[in-house]
Design a protein around this ligand. Structure first.
Ligand code: ZN
Length: 241
């Protein structure tokens, strides 16, 4: 065991695509990434919602179907167990860039989804009062419309050209201010959000740990420890599970 879980009172964990790879979900970028098969620049961009909404749904509806068929792996399970085994006075905020909801399926609570959730839909109009809702329909044959205002309904994920939702980002940054342990797992350590989160954690005096399949291309000195390997193998080992 490398990380003695009893020693830390305020933990922040950031997860990215590498955590879901073992669940059969392809990463967005890189070889075999889901985006390679589509025109990322256009379909993943916010402008496609109005210009090519049916194509947007073909992309995210397909991802929705993959997500519905996926199951959590030992990396998700280890994080859920860590949360479940926290002692009184200990806190762990789980922040994820993943839109697959697998942390929740593994049993994690209060997951901070900074890029949204592909299993949720919402009205495309910012002025509409329709609440975001769980939606398992891939909508690959027809674009759904809002029952209140008839605007096209969209997947509740952050697209290129869009701001991150304010509340989850604020929650994460607030937790980093007084954390004593920060882990970034399965995500790039040299670009945002991990690069800015680790600076916040470093400023708070926290222990900072990076876990990923590949080393950082531009090593980020704010990470004190780097572990290279599969998240589903390394994480249970490091946490002594
Ligand atoms: Zn609406």
């Amino acid at each position: 065991m490398v990380i003695d879980r009893r020693r830390y009172a305020r933990v922040v964990v950031l997860t990215g695509a590498g955590v879901s790879a073992a669940s059969g979900l392809r990463t967005y970028r890189g070889p075999g990434g889901v985006w390679e098969e589509h025109d990322v620049e256009r379909l993943g961009h916010v402008s496609a919602l109005t210009e090519r909404p049916a194509d947007v749904w073909r992309l995210f509806g397909g991802l929705r179907q993959s997500v519905l068929a996926a199951r959590p792996n030992p990396a998700h399970d280890a994080l859920a167990r860590w949360q479940a085994e926290l002692a009184q006075g200990q806190e762990l905020l789980l922040v994820t860039q993943n839109v697959d909801g697998l942390h929740q399926m593994a049993g994690s609570r209060n997951v901070c989804e900074i890029h949204g959730n592909v299993l949720h839909s919402r009205c495309g109009s910012p002025d509409c009062t329709l609440a975001q809702f769980r939606d398992e329909d891939p909508h690959t044959s027809a674009v759904p419309s809002c029952p209140l205002c008839r605007t096209a309904v969209r997947p509740d994920v952050v697209l290129f050209g869009e701001e991150l939702p304010a509340l989850p980002s604020w929650t994460a940054k607030r937790a980093l201010r007084d954390c004593d342990l920060f882990l970034a797992i399965g995500t790039s350590g040299s670009v945002a959000p991990a690069s800015s989160y680790v600076r916040g954690a470093e400023y708070a005096g926290a222990r900072t740990v990076y876990i990923n399949l590949e080393p950082m291309k531009d090593p980020n000195p704010a990470f004190q420890e780097v572990y290279i390997g599969r998240a589903e193998e390394l994480l249970p080992q490091l946490l002594g599970m």
